[in-house]
Ligand binder design. Structure first.
Ligand code: TMP
Length: 215
């Protein structure tokens, strides 16, 4: 089927992206589409176990990169590829851009190694790489995100990083968004929930993925 769509949602911790995934799912469902809502690291039993390790156990950046890509491999094989083959809409809370932003930008890990891992993990049988059709990047200044996170739950290994780390993650997202304006759409996340939701649905409409009435 041709009508499958793969959309990823990205941004630094505290940017608020997760709240808007449900609104996007509802908009597609109201069009009669089957929607798979999933997340990374995670989305399968194995990948959720790996997520728990990555978020809570101390490890070096290579180990971190290998675990997020191992989780991604399982997620692609068990969930994402079958859903796209069925013609479903796949909404994924983070994908490989998060690895380039957090492990690459935040940790300063070798981007060439990440690119190599990406080639192995996301290779398609017919050639090319599996990538989202659209990536919604929720841009928020790290200082605003830090204020939001201060009110949040007990921080994990990433959420507890200093603002300088999130500045690097932010800048890595910005560089990737600039390098691929066809795939990325920037959503200004320093706004009310309602106006961010409106911006998200308008973007989907403008990209021809949702009809105007679905907004
Ligand atoms: P979440 O809190 O948005 O679900 O994301 C989990 C954390 O994992 C978040 O702090 C970003 C981090 N992460 C990576 O470091 N690398 C990755 O490849 C992914 C997908 C997430």
């Amino acid at each position: 089927m041709q009508n499958s769509i793969f959309i990823s949602f990205e941004g630094i911790d505290g940017a608020g992206k997760s709240s808007h995934i449900q609104a996007v799912a509802n908009a597609f469902r109201s069009q009669g589409k089957t929607v798979v809502q999933t997340r990374e690291p995670g989305g399968t039993a194995l990948a959720e176990k790996l997520r728990d390790l990555v978020l809570h156990d101390a490890m070096d950046p290579l180990c971190e990169a290998l675990l997020v890509f191992a989780a991604r491999r399982d997620h692609l094989q068990q969930v994402i590829e079958p859903a796209l083959a069925r013609g479903d809409i796949v909404l994924c809370d983070r994908f490989t851009d998060a690895t380039f932003a957090y492990q690459g930008g935040g940790r300063g890990f070798d981007l060439q190694v990440l690119t190599q891992l990406e080639q192995w993990v996301q290779a398609l049988p017919a050639g090319g790489l599996r990538q989202p059709l659209l990536t919604l990047w929720f841009e928020l200044d790290p200082s605003v995100a830090a204020q939001r996170l201060a009110q949040a739950r007990v921080p994990d290994r990433f959420e507890s990083q200093p603002q300088a780390f999130f500045r690097q993650v932010h800048d890595a997202y910005a560089a990737r968004a600039q390098a691929d304006t066809k795939r990325f759409a920037r959503i200004a996340a320093d706004a009310t929930m309602e106006s961010v939701r409106h911006a998200v649905l308008t973007t989907l409409h403008d990209r021809g993925l949702l009809p105007a009435e679905a907004k």
